[in-house]
Design a binder for this molecule. Structure first.
Ligand SMILES: O=C(CO)[C@H](O)[C@H](O)COP(=O)(O)O
Length: 208
């Protein structure tokens, strides 16, 4: 299982610092949506130039104009780009088309999708490389939030998936046992006093 570090900061400089600290322990470096909104696609290029050996994930959360927006991220150096599962199928197909034109991958983020199992199967048919079974930061803050719901959906869907929603060293083992291809870890690393050690702890919690 790969580890993806979601860098939810708003400046390229801070993102580069966090990426440098975590890089030895992670496989994929994600530019969070707030970072791309703040700094634009230049941040994607900056991260790719600093870490050409890592997969660079641009969390654009595309909702419309799938080809156009995904193409912007791929041209800037992204290896993976997100489109929203709640978007129209034509938007997802457009993003997938841009991915194919660049030999890169599109991930469909199921944030806000009620029936994640059904939609996961549909968007995989449309060409998603994998789906992200995701509870966003606002959803995580609500009473009763549980990562288990995401893991159950991932297992049931039977398609390649990642899990995002407050994954930490203490829960990443369950994500791996559920069969995820990728575990997304954000605040457990970037909010830590020592992000390098936090990333190493995440890596140690994953079985090779
Ligand atoms: O995409 C996101 C929010 O929309 C986050 O990057 C994702 O949820 C991972 O961060 P965390 O581990 O803090 O939940």
């Amino acid at each position: 299982m790969k580890i993806q570090f979601a860098i939810d900061t708003t400046t390229t400089q801070k993102a580069l610092e966090l990426a440098a600290a975590a890089a030895p322990s992670v496989d994929i470096l994600e530019l969070g949506t707030p970072l791309i909104k703040s700094e634009g696609t230049a941040a994607i290029t900056a991260l790719k130039n600093a870490h050409p050996d890592k997969q660079i994930f641009a969390d654009l959360k595309i909702m419309d104009t799938g080809y156009l927006e995904a193409n912007l991220a791929f041209e800037a150096g992204a290896d993976l780009v997100t489109v929203l599962g709640v978007a129209d199928n034509s938007t997802i197909k457009g993003a997938v088309g841009a991915g194919r034109a660049h030999g890169k991958s599109v991930v469909v983020d199921l944030i806000g999708v009620k029936d994640k199992v059904t939609r996961a199967r549909e968007v995989t048919e449309l060409g998603a490389t994998f789906v992200e079974i995701h509870a966003g930061l606002d959803e995580q803050a609500q009473d009763g939030y549980s990562l288990d719901t995401l893991l159950t959906a991932g297992k049931e869907a039977g398609v390649p998936f990642s899990v995002a929603g407050g994954v930490s060293p203490s829960t990443i083992g369950a994500v791996q046992s559920a069969g995820a291809q990728v575990a997304v870890v954000g605040s457990a690393i970037y909010s830590a006093e020592d992000p390098a050690s936090a990333a190493a702890a995440v890596r140690q919690a994953v079985t090779a």
